[in-house]
Ligand binder design. Sequence first.
Ligand code: GLC
Length: 576
Amino acid sequence: MSFHSQVIYQIYPKSFYSASGGSTGDIRGIIEKVPYVASLGVDWVWFNPFFASPQRDNGYDISDYYAINPDLGTMADVEEMITAFNAEGINVMFDMVLNHVSTEHEWFKRALAGEREYWDYFYIRPAQISEDGSQLPPTNWESKFGGNAWVRFGDYTDEQGTPLYYLALYDRTQADVNWHHEPARRALFDVVNFWYDKGVRGFRFDVINVIGKDTVLRDAPAGVIDKTLYTDTPVVHTFIQDLNRSSFGPREGTVTVGEMSSTSIENCVGYSHPAQEQLDMVFSFHHLKVDYDQGQKWSKVPFRFAELKNILNDWALGMQAGGGWNALFWNNHDQPRALNRFGDPQRYRTESATMLASVIHLLRGTPYVYMGEEIGMIDPVYEGIEDYVDVEAHNAYDMLLQQGVSADRAFEIVASKARDNSRTPMQWTSDPDVGFGTSKPWLAPAVASDAHTGAGISVADEERPGSILSYYRRLIALRKEYEIIAKGSYESFALDHERVFGYERVLGEQRLLVLNNFFGEENTISVPKAYALSKVLISNYEDADEQLAAGVALTATADEFELQLKPYQSLALLIG
Ligand code: GLC
């Protein structure tokens, strides 16, 4: 079965389930929950990194690609976990963080200790001397986590006595690896092959479109954050082709996905077109910036529906036209819960969670489900900034205060965007400890009950008909049952409707119309008459058949009829 009809489940290991009763989730905890994951019907499980790491960036700062973080388990545990998933017909996907290593990684430590051959593994550059003689970092690039992207490299200087710096586009302890240096590149490819030999068949490549910095690094224009200086450069494609040829490409049964930050459709077609021999699919993030104020993440404004819909439509059309393939997702470990951003967790938690699920699962691409999404988990309600663990949240809070934003407002903004929102413990029960296996988790749990209905937000509570969980299971199964979902082409529908995001999928004589009301009130939409005798493939309201019949009986003209969609209703109609 190809990845077109498959679905991938994402587990944040630190927060999934603790078998040991320690403060974090662990590998043995994941093994205990294999039956639950299998019950979803997914084909792959992607794990965020659980390799040895000082945890400055929750495991994305890797100090040894070949060792397991002892808080999470052992190599034997990981091998057992792979076998346990494989026994259920599920493949595993590991997170390959190949753009940077922790400054605790052997390569960096040896570089810092003065072993010159390891200097080539990194971007080490002298300070710039400005006209007045003062020293500036080698370029004015901004770190993604705030501040300048260069960090002083020990006490080293060049021959002129100018201080040296290393590049760190993320945290200052995550040193960017110089992919131009062949031995560094080869050593990274070895990592992928090592894990392939352990039975890992899926690879998610972290921030892979920033691996191709130019050999001469240039300043961005003053006052501008110009990511194009190191993002999506032509050499990224060359490097990924080399990665493909040297690791997963010639090997059987692999599926790969690249995380592409600040990218373009054109580049993503290149990354994922089969003939390019790069990757199978790509994550892009434009649709998750529609609640940024003027491009600024650390802001809090309502999401712009028209923009969201246009982005989803443009990417669906553009990737299809170019022959590329999208990874489809609303949530991951870096995003606040989509339900809080685009739904109504207060009044319509079930309806809006299932509507959002339909949007993604019926589109052209491969859907990803982030743990807890399938039970409608929502953002935590924390009391103060100290409840957040993520370095990015703290940096952002400090930055907002420095900009003169009040402490209350800064907190409110951080609370709406922090990555910890999605990293709270998975809710197995709605008890105070959410059945996580420990009463002292590393990050406090989110809210475990529905504000409106009082029902628990947990796996235990969701194991019933009509729940968000059962809806996800149905959607995952539908992709396998109906080729039109996996293989059909995408067509725009009613693009100018202000409240409903609709689209059609087409395969031979078959057509599938997917309508999604993004708002908490009823909204009417005109539907072509051909759908009058269609079958309701799925809806998040029970009486959709009667609703369709009533729409046709009461409003049909020669060409079309009206459907009145209920709050956050999603409806998929199949003909042929
Ligand atoms: C990716 C990861 C994120 C991490 C960053 C640096 O964006 O998803 O969690 O902080 O890369 O590795």
